[in-house]
Design a protein around this ligand. Structure first.
Ligand code: ATP
Length: 236
């Protein structure tokens, strides 16, 4: 079966400065891929290349078998790739409810149909706050809202960029539970996170970036067990 997402030898630049040097990996339907690496190694650039926000200058990106590397980002998003961006970025002046319905969209081939009711069921803390402006939520609630907003687009592939960063341990646990629930529901996921110990049990495979190149790919358990590789590429 063709991969849901196939990234092949992409090279991405910021002006004259090259950030990615031939990054390749695939994600199968229903699979969870952990994208790992220390700060500045190219994780966010990889995600932005997939979404056409910082398009790859060379290489190929296919989504559901269709080459998308030359598409504008709105068309890639509409094809079924959802992003929970680093730093959350909810619409601060809109209410919780407005944030959720603003991006609502059906997407052909998504594993589950997300509605306002289902998202509020997933994050009960948001339900009583529907009329509240997003800027008045706690960091954890804003992160839940960011995940909920991405789910409302009914993505076939959901990308989470540092979704647990800067959150209190209890809230982090809640976000991890939510990610586990999404996986159990068959959601395909690309997850960037620094908490290898929490991400590894959820991920089907891991891909480690080092200076814009794939330095290691394999099973998360193998990475957890391999202290030398972990130390070398992740500093943990
Ligand atoms: P972090 O966890 O810190 O976000 P990352 O692995 O996501 O790290 P990227 O943000 O993709 O790393 O950065 C990869 C490289 O590209 C770095 O050398 C970074 O300095 C460079 N870079 C990132 N964004 C820009 C930009 N807007 N302009 C120029 N260079 C950039």
């Amino acid at each position: 079966m063709a991969a849901l997402l196939a990234v092949e030898a992409i090279e991405t630049f910021y002006g004259a400065s090259q950030a990615l040097f031939g990054v390749s990996f695939t994600i199968a339907e229903g699979e969870v891929l952990a994208l790992l690496g220390r700060n500045g190694m190219g994780k966010t650039t990889t995600v932005h290349s997939i979404l056409g926000l910082t398009p790859a200058a060379r290489g190929r990106i296919a989504f559901a078998g269709v080459p998308v590397q030359d598409w504008p980002s709105f068309r890639i998003a509409r094809a079924g790739i959802g992003l929970v961006p680093e730093g959350r970025q909810v619409f601060p002046a809109l209410t919780v409810r407005e944030n959720l319905v603003a991006t609502a969209r059906r997407s052909a081939g998504a594993p589950t149909e997300w509605t306002l009711e289902r998202v509020l069921g997933l994050f009960p803390a948001l339900a009583p706050r529907q009329a509240q402006r997003a800027s008045t939520l706690s960091g954890g609630e804003q992160q839940m809202l960011a995940v909920g907003r991405a789910l409302m687009t009914n993505p076939r592939l959901l990308i989470l960029d540092e979704a647990t960063e800067g959150l209190a341990p209890l809230v982090r646990t809640e976000i991890w539970k939510c990610i586990a629930g999404l996986k159990a529901a068959g959601q395909s996921l690309l997850v960037i996170d620094k908490n290898l110990a929490e991400l590894a049990p959820l991920a089907d495979r891991a891909c480690v970036l080092e200076k814009g190149r794939v330095a290691w790919q394999g099973m998360p358990d193998a990475l957890l067990a391999d202290a030398a590789t972990r130390h070398r590429y992740l500093g943990v």
